[in-house]
Design a protein around this ligand. Structure first.
Ligand code: PLP
Length: 378
């Protein structure tokens, strides 16, 4: 028996996604820019996927731009906004717990002379909306706050913060990286008051290499690439129709099952917490009101990688911290108040609807075995 519990790193593409991608490759392989019928058919399939995604976000179809994934969407949002408004407005406000691709884009702008203010979580592990909003001034071009943290599942106060900012500075561009919240934590872009919002396909049972950037009507974008009219000239290059229609099919399926999946994963997460708390040396790092899909735990005395490989040998797959950091610590856990000693011993367990009670029981049983054999053998 095996258990894949690394769904925040990536998910298995669903059957509807694979079917849609297959059809696009076998039958609907025209170039959407071609003027003949094959091109039109591909264009229509892409339009349907765009509409699907827009519906799931509470947006209009022409507010959705397809990209190669969240890394590109986040870079386009941050570098693009700075390119458009950064000559006069040099301040960017973000948090200390963003994903590496948001952090990296902000760091790159800082190296170019932008002033980047990074707000840290308070002692309770929460970002304070008022503190964040207070860092915004008339010199600010952009704010970027993630919706759900990928390492711990903390839900950040995006709606409250953006609404405070918009009241004082309606022209500041508000961006959120919603990758771990999309189709997991209910939201509508309009409620969040986001101008730009990032999502990724492979976190919601579509394929890797496809993502999107929501851009509110009227909000300007600056392309990262040049030389074509695709995606309104904002993202030139022939669109990957198979990836896009697969994304649309996955979104449709996940949107219809969101409530059931949330309930199922909440039950699995609660059971997991209950079972792990029975084991000596285990502490829970995720907040109780966090995303139902992510659970961060520390196994005192065991290094994350040792535990990860112990579990892997038993066909149980989890992450040590964030998947993108390839075992290198991002420092985000410490920002949420996890001491260094425990951050070194933290693993991330992340669920999807296909996980079962048996998966959780197997995981808890094997973590107990690891604690007993690896620690007591010393
Ligand atoms: N943002 C968050 C919060 C993520 O969890 C990830 C992936 O781990 C990314 C961005 C990057 O996504 P992609 O793999 O689509 O570039």
């Amino acid at each position: 028996m095996s258990a894949y519990l690394d769904n925040a790193a990536t998910t298995k593409p669903c059957e509807n996604c694979i079917d849609a991608m297959n059809r696009a490759m076998m039958e609907n392989y025209g170039n959407p820019s071609s003027l003949h019928g094959m091109g039109l058919k591909a264009q229509l399939a892409m339009d349907a996927a765009r509409k699907e995604l827009a519906g799931a976000l509470g947006a209009q179809a022409d507010e959705i731009l397809f990209t190669s994934g969240a890394t590109e969407s986040n870079n386009m949002a941050i570098l693009g906004t700075a390119a458009l408004y950064g000559k006069r407005k040099r301040r960017i406000v973000t948090t200390t717990v963003e994903h590496a691709c948001v952090k990296g884009a902000c760091d790159a702008l800082e190296a170019q002379g932008y002033e980047v203010i990074r707000i840290a979580p308070n002692a309770d592990g929460n970002i304070d909306s008022a503190e964040f909003a207070a860092a915004v001034d008339e010199n600010t071009c952009l704010v970027s706050m993630m919706l759900v943290n990928n390492e711990t599942g903390h839900i950040l106060p995006v709606k409250e913060t953006f609404s405070m900012i918009k009241k004082r500075f309606p022209l500041v561009i508000c961006h959120t990286d919603a990758v771990q919240g999309f189709l997991k934590v209910p939201f509508r872009v309009t409620d969040l008051q986001a101008d730009l919002l990032t999502v990724s396909g492979h976190k919601v049972h579509a394929a890797k290499g496809i993502g999107a950037l929501y851009h509110k009507k009227g909000v300007r974008l600056s392309p990262l690439l040049h030389g074509g009219e695709q995606e309104g000239g904002n993202r030139p290059g022939t669109e990957s129709v198979p990836l896009i229609v697969g994304f649309g099919a996955a979104v449709k399926e996940m949107r219809n099952s969101m409530d059931i999946r949330r309930k199922h994963c909440t039950e699995l997460r609660n059971l997991c917490i209950e079972k792990l708390q029975e084991i000596d040396g285990i502490s829970i790092q995720s907040p109780s009101n966090g995303s139902p899909f992510i659970l961060s735990i520390s196994a005192e005395g065991l290094r994350s990688e040792t535990l990860l490989h112990f579990l892997e040998e038993r066909e149980i797959y989890v992450s040590s911290g964030s998947a993108c950091s390839k075992g290198k610590q991002s420092g985000v856990l410490q920002q949420f108040g996890v001491p260094d000693r425990l951050a070194d011993s933290t693993i991330r367990i992340s669920f999807c609807a296909e996980n079962t009670v048996e998966d959780v029981l197997l995981l808890a049983e094997q973590i107990a075995v690891a604690q007993h054999t690896l620690i007591h053998k010393r």
